[in-house]
Design a protein around this ligand. Structure first.
Ligand code: SF4
Ligand code: SF4
Length: 254
């Protein structure tokens, strides 16, 4: 099917054609992009990083993040807190490079691509578009190696990140409608939603204490996974927040 989609700033999405890019310790700009970087962190980034660092979500949030006003006024955005050194280094930057490489955030994995999802086409399913982006100091674009978008997504293990980030984007769209009503931002409902999204360990303790799993038709094996698998629990948390705010979600009510 021929598509006539247009994109802001006349950006042209990449197709199947490969682009030049390679990042490795031999480029003279190595680690430049890990300094003075404005980076948003999403809920799935948090669970990957806190697992890598073997700390709980609340400690991670306190030590490594700061809250800012994001694209919409009704829910704060979470950014990486940089080191207080002259170069404003990423706190995970080590002597040899990234110390959390296997669990590095979405933004670090996706570069040099930018991803946009069009949810209006393709029979309700989102369609991904990828654009090439380049920092002025990044010499990876001058390397001889070529790679396609499909290879990049596979090599950077982006599938789980994209899937959880899409679920998060859907929830953030709900937050942008001011679902807190009379409470306003920062009220008890927003604090509960923030905990469910970003303090997964604290929210899991609350769910278990309040026997919230029992309100839904879960099999024993599902409850076992919800108790032990952060990714599965994050998916539950997103759906629970929808249920909490709107009364509807995909969760199987008893
Ligand atoms: S600036 Fe580009 S090539 Fe250099 S380390 Fe960062 S991503 Fe790699
Ligand atoms: S998480 Fe790793 S790759 Fe990302 S900015 Fe920090 S040190 Fe660099």
């Amino acid at each position: 099917m021929q598509e006539n989609k247009t994109f802001p700033l006349d950006k042209v999405p990449l197709g199947k054609e490969p682009f030049h890019f390679s990042c490795h310790a031999g480029v003279s700009c190595f680690m430049s992009c890990c300094k003075n970087v404005d980076m948003f962190l999403y809920p799935y980034d948090i669970i990957r990083l806190k697992k890598c660092l073997q700390c709980d979500a609340e400690s991670f949030m306190r030590q490594f993040t700061r809250l800012v006003s994001g694209d919409q006024p009704y829910f704060p955005a979470v950014m990486l807190k940089l080191n207080d050194d002259p170069e404003k280094s990423c706190p995970f930057l080590g002597q040899e490079g990234c110390s959390v490489y296997a669990d590095r955030p979405s933004a670090c994995r996706t570069y040099p691509l930018e991803r946009a999802v069009d949810r209006s086409s393709w029979r309700g399913r989102g369609k991904d578009y990828y654009f090439l982006t380049a920092h002025s100091y990044c010499l990876g674009h001058n390397e001889p190696e070529k790679v396609t978008v499909t290879q990049w997504i596979r090599d950077q293990k982006l599938h789980d990140y994209n899937s959880l980030n899409d679920a998060w984007a859907e929830l953030d769209t709900l937050f942008a409608t001011n679902p807190w009503k009379g409470e306003g931002s920062g009220g008890p409902k927003q604090q509960m939603a923030f905990m469910a999204c970003y303090d997964i360990d604290g929210f899991r303790r609350l769910v278990i204490r309040e026997r919230i799993f029992e309100r839904f038709r879960f099999k024993k094996s599902q409850i076992e996974k919800l108790r032990n698998d952060d990714t599965v629990f994050l998916q539950f948390s997103f759906e629970w927040v929808k249920f909490f705010l709107t009364g509807t979600s995909s969760l199987p009510l008893r």
